[in-house]
Design a binder for this molecule. Structure first.
Ligand code: ADP
Ligand code: MG
Length: 260
């Protein structure tokens, strides 16, 4: 794990309760440092507070107790240079793909024109070069999600937050998008916090995996993966990879989340 002096994100004793003090405890005492350039997956079952934690990081929600900081400063609203991608791609149907990718420039009061080359470069990197002028309705689910990822990367985010971005895709498309995302991360090394409940997706993508318990979300494991920095598809057949997936599956079993 990254040392305190290099942490980009520092969460200390973060607790989140919904509906007042006696309400529902969603996150219980989460302490976690994330270093610049890491790809960290939050892995855990539905309802364990992953999205809540991500929304706190995005400054969209405040912890009930504890502190969250980015670069040493308390997070009190959406930080600058933040990229977000969710399960639902949230493309605007009345804009074409290029315009959708350019939206963050628009919202940021920046010149859209100045960002066109960057938008096109990102689209080319995920195989959407020829679809810049297409409307979202004409795209498959995978293509839409690729466009949404390009959008989240337009302003060269320092922090990328992804909440089950591939959860709605078929298995094959999901595999390909994992590869595409991995290439983008290798190239740009944006600090990424990726929420998933897929063990193999987490092991394929991550430099570190943080496992949450069922609600209330607590950190039960924090594992730096000892896998090659650059992941090829074949890594998924390696014994190290299979050891990791087996390990996390057993952990889920001991938490009572899967059984025969
Ligand atoms: P996950 O993303 O791991 O599936 P969530 O963070 O969405 O989990 O939710 C954690 C728990 O908090 C769940 O029990 C959920 O119902 C509850 N929760 C999430 N958001 C709210 C909210 N805005 N108001 C009340 N309860 C919420
Ligand atoms: Mg969620």
């Amino acid at each position: 794990m990254a040392g305190a002096e290099t942490a980009l994100i520092a969460a200390k004793n973060v607790t989140k309760t919904f509906g007042g003090k006696k309400g529902l405890l969603a996150l219980d005492d989460i302490s976690l440092d994330i270093g610049e350039g890491e790809f960290v997956s939050l892995l855990g079952p539905s309802g364990c507070g992953k999205s809540t934690f991500l929304r706190c990081l995005a400054g969209l929600e405040a912890p009930s107790a504890g502190t969250l900081s980015l670069d040493g400063r308390a997070i009190s609203g959406p930080p600058e240079r933040l990229g977000i991608a969710f399960q639902r791609d949230a493309l605007l149907d009345w804009f074409d793909v290029l315009e959708n990718v350019l939206l963050p420039a628009d919202f940021g009061g920046l010149s859209k024109k100045a960002y066109v080359p960057r938008a096109r470069e990102l689209l080319a990197m995920v195989g959407l070069k020829d679809f810049a002028g297409a409307y979202p309705a004409a795209l498959s689910g995978g293509m839409r999600q690729r466009a949404a990822i390009c959008r989240s990367l337009l302003l060269d985010p320092r922090l990328l937050l992804m909440d089950e971005p591939f959860g709605a895709l078929d298995a094959l498309t999901r595999d390909q998008l994992n590869v595409d995302l991995h290439h983008l991360w290798l190239k740009r090394r944006m600090t990424t916090v990726f929420v998933t409940h897929s063990i193999s997706e987490a092991v394929f993508l991550s430099s570190r995996i943080v496992v949450f318990s069922p609600r209330p979300g607590r950190i039960v494991e924090n594992v730096v993966l000892d896998l090659p920095d650059e992941r090829r598809l074949a890594v998924r057949e390696s014994s190290q990879f299979l050891d990791y997936t087996r390990h996390f599956r057993h952990l889920f079993e001991t938490m009572g989340l899967i059984h025969d």
